[in-house]
Design a protein around this ligand. Structure first.
Ligand code: IPM
Ligand code: SF4
Length: 468
């Protein structure tokens, strides 16, 4: 049989029907649902008097609109409250069982909760009305975001219509230098291939540096595949994947576990499988990354200087750079490590997992928030992450450092809840998007790893975490 890529294996095993023009009806195994993109879909089903095709495929939680402090006061913002209450009602009306509502111990960001509960498994097709569904590809699952009309379609039929992506392999050879994390790999790759580099492709990440990543790291990387333009990212299944899943709530048990594992082990690209495009990067070239502009591709290493638009020959790019510098309040030539920060945000579906909090705590331990830093928010990705962090005493390290220890949710990743930047506030953020206004109107976002964010919090400016 012809050697196949992992993507092709996942694609082929989910085709329900194929049209002459290549359009496919693709079966969906897991449907993740949150409050932002589900209301119209549920409404559509209600109007058409349709039930859910497979209620058990749905895992739902509230994340974008939930507050991350003063939970005793409930949700005070009326729009957020309506959004979350609507989800509660829809879940109740349609009889969805796997639901983690506001304040439930298992509640959290949907892309943290799914894998944590063992609801994301290798070989699955996973969709959600959310672009960062690419995260779940870390498990050797075909996972991508869908629009609200597709959410309704999946609810009604368990299928989407789709066209096959082209395949891309990004290989990171060698070993990462100390303190370099998956976030730095993700930002480095986007810096190299650009935010449109992966458009039309499903990206498989491979090579020694990827094999050595934990599942948390692989999720961080696949999470940002969408910022490289690809709807889905993938990492092949190996023992790390299998060990992570074992004994999780929805993971198969007993004999089913054995059967599943032997199937999952086939979820790798065959030797000799050909990709439409391949990139090779060397892990040793990756330094701690910091974005300086308003797109994730506007990224440099912490020991570099803010680039000069005048040195850019492409007039469109030059103008984009000028605009970005203006928005960010930065001057070309400024060393990155001289840029002061006002706010630090550690959390999100990119970097709100236990490993991220452990790294941040290592940096924060015995240190204190710098005087010029107004706020440092530490926001666990889920109730379970919070619980685990507290069991390890990480919350104590953070609060002793003058950081705020919050409840789980999307928080300051995007301005849909109470956690926002003020105009012109500059933030070191572990999230995935630095678009204008993303964290609040006029707010200035610099994307970094959790280690780099914690280093900025305690020094008051961007700092190479290896040198503090
Ligand atoms: C609100 C939601 C639809 C959106 C997404 O699709 O990613 C959000 O999660 C984001 O990160 O911008
Ligand atoms: S944490 Fe941020 S990126 Fe992730 S789902 Fe929430 S808003 Fe989107």
């Amino acid at each position: 049989m012809k050697a196949q890529t992992l993507y092709e294996k996942l694609w082929n095993s989910h085709i329900v029907q194929q049209q002459a023009d290549g359009t496919v009806l693709l079966y969906i195994d897991r449907h993740l649902v949150h409050e932002v993109t589900s209301p119209q879909a549920f409404e559509g089903l209600k109007l058409a008097h349709r039930p859910l095709w497979r209620e058990q495929s749905i895992v739902a939680t509230a994340d974008h609109n939930t507050p991350t402090d003063h939970w005793d006061k409930g949700i005070t913002d009326p729009i957020s409250k309506l959004q979350v209450n609507t989800l509660d009602k829809n879940i109740h009306d349609f009889g969805v069982e796997k639901y983690y509502p506001f304040k439930n111990i298992n509640q959290g960001i949907v892309h943290v909760v799914g894998p944590e509960q063992g609801a994301t498994l290798p070989g699955m097709t996973v969709v959600c009305g959310d672009s960062h569904t690419s995260t779940h590809g870390a498990f050797g699952a075909l996972a991508h975001g869908i629009g609200t009309s597709e959410v309704e379609h999946v609810m009604a039929t368990q299928c989407i219509t789709a066209k096959k992506s082209k395949t891309m392999l990004i290989e990171i050879t060698g070993k990462l230098k100390p303190c370099i994390t998956a976030k730095d790999i993700a930002l480095y790759i986007i810096g190299q291939i650009g935010t449109a580099g992966g458009t039309g492709y499903a990206i498989e990440f491979g090579g020694e540096a990827i094999r050595n990543l934990s599942m948390e790291g692989r999720m961080t990387l696949c999470n940002m595949a969408i910022e490289a333009g690809a709807r889905s990212g993938l990492v092949a299944v190996d023992q790390t994947t299998i060990d992570y899943i074992k004994d999780r709530h929805f993971a198969p048990k007993g004999e089913l576990w054995e059967q599943a594992v032997s199937y999952w082990k086939t979820l790798v690209s065959d030797a000799g499988a050909s990709f439409d495009k391949t990139y090779h990067f060397n892990a040793e070239d990756i330094e701690p990354q910091v974005t300086w502009g308003t797109s994730p591709e506007m990224v440099i290493a912490v020991n570099q200087q803010v680039p000069d638009p005048d040195a850019e020959t492409d007039p469109v790019k030059r103008e984009g750079m000028q605009r970005a510098l203006q928005y960010m309040g930065l001057t070309a030539g400024t060393p990155v490590n001289e840029i002061p920060v006002d706010v630090v945000f550690i959390g999100s579906c990119t970097n709100g997992r236990i490993e991220d909090l452990r790294i941040a705590a290592q940096v924060a331990k015995g240190r204190h928030k710098a005087d010029n830093v107004n706020r440092v928010l530490i926001v666990p990705g889920s109730g379970r992450v919070k619980q685990q962090a507290e069991a390890e005493g990480l919350d104590k390290i953070f609060t002793a450092a003058g950081f705020e220890w919050r409840e789980p949710g999307c928080s300051m990743c995007l301005a849909m809840n109470a956690d926002r930047l003020q105009p012109h506030e500059r933030c070191a953020s572990t999230s995935n998007r630095n678009f204008e206004g993303r964290q609040g109107n006029g707010g200035r976002t610099h994307l970094v790893s959790p280690a780099m964010a914690a280093a900025a919090a305690v020094t008051g400016h961007f700092t190479d975490v290896r040198h503090i």
